[in-house]
Ligand binder design. Structure first.
Ligand SMILES: [Zn+2]
Length: 356
């Protein structure tokens, strides 16, 4: 498995990174909290240490924080596009699917494409519109019309490859049948089902956040098993639905759903690399039952290109360890191990999103 370092990578779920060198310290981009986390808490996470250790190996210098950070600063300031290319080449990151809905990471698309060494496809986030419709208290029938019209307009200009929902962040994943609107949850549930219908019409996958996330999320409402009633309803017939972030920490549950429903796929972003010690357990949980041709690698990288890069490095390391152990124990052939590795890192997402 020694030649696996060069295997191409497609990042199934990510966000823009900044297109110019920036002054914010690296640690401030390594927390998912929206609260004001103290520097000395973030710097004492395994994620931070993992980042410094990987940068030191990339720069081929001792893993001393000050030296590594100074070298990073030097490379960014002297040739930022060159530094990004170095990161992307190191993990052979070839293609990125970018969720354009994350406000804090928004950039000029043309500028981003000119600086990004990988090919880029976009994912439209439905809450960009739905949050606004709810805030303005647009009646549900008009909201449904606006949803169809807006998504059709965006599709004709942007040619996105998937639509994403973060309803898990808003009112949770227990999507219920509603005859009429009785409050925010029913309003959003109805529009979630409409969005699923639009995905089927356009023949694009529906990416659904189903996992941990930033500090404003209620993890109790984000277990992907809550989707059961929706998945058994006619609204989900023929739909391809990707559980974004692998359901983490409900990773067995995510893999189980993918084993039960032909249209369910599992993305492993965010807990790779943000869950650090949890990366291996998460992937093993998913692999317990999930068909290996339905697992999609992603980073959930945002803000700084090092997050996308660390995701690629972490995924390659985690998958290598797991696959090698399966081969050594005679559970799979080394040929199948190679196939899994290529599929999860690149081909599964390419095929699912019909990317050429
Ligand atoms: Zn994300």
């Amino acid at each position: 498995m020694n030649d696996l370092k060069d295997v191409p990578v497609l990042d199934n779920h990510s966000h823009f990174f900044k297109t110019r060198p920036y002054d914010a310290p690296l640690w401030s981009s390594l927390t998912l909290s929206l609260n004001d986390m103290p520097e000395q808490q973030v710097k004492n996470t395994l994620l931070y240490h993992d980042m410094i250790a990987n940068l030191s190996s990339l720069f081929d210098m001792p893993a001393q924080e000050e030296i590594v950070l100074a070298e990073r600063r030097r490379r960014m300031d002297s040739d930022y596009p060159g530094y990004i290319r170095e990161l992307f080449t190191d993990v052979n990151l070839r293609w990125m699917l970018i969720d354009i809905g994350l406000a804090k990471s928004s950039v000029d698309f043309t500028e981003f494409e000119s600086i990004c060494p990988a090919s880029v496809s976009y994912v439209y986030r439905s809450e960009t519109l739905i949050d606004d419709l709810w805030k303005r208290q647009i009646p549900i029938d008009a909201a449904i019309d606006l949803l169809h019209k807006t998504i059709a307009d965006v599709y004709s200009s942007l040619h996105f490859v998937a639509i994403k929902s973060i309803i898990g962040y808003r009112t949770g994943l227990r999507i219920e049948p509603h005859k009429k609107v009785t409050g925010e949850k029913s309003y959003r549930d109805i529009l979630f089902k409409e969005t699923a219908g639009i995905c089927r019409e356009l023949n694009v996958p529906f990416h659904v956040h189903a996992a941990f996330g930033e500090s404003n999320l209620d993890l109790r409402e984000n277990n992907p098993l809550h989707l059961k009633d929706f998945l058994d309803s006619s609204d989900a017939e023929g739909l391809k639905l990707v559980l974004i972030h692998g359901g983490y920490p409900y990773t067995f549950e995510a893999g189980y759903l993918a084993a039960m429903y032909p249209g369910i796929y599992v993305d492993i972003s965010e807990f790779i690399p943000f869950a650090s010690m949890g990366m291996r357990r998460g992937v093993e949980d998913i692999l317990s039952m999930c068909p290996t041709n339905k697992i999609l690698y992603g980073s959930d990288g945002f803000d700084v290109p090092e997050t996308h890069w660390l995701g690629g490095r972490s995924a390659k390391e985690t998958l290598s360890v797991i696959i090698m152990s399966l081969v050594e124990r005679g559970k799979i052939t080394s040929k199948y191990g190679q196939l899994m590795y290529h599929d999860i890192l690149y081909r599964n997402s390419l095929t699912l999103h019909n990317i050429r």
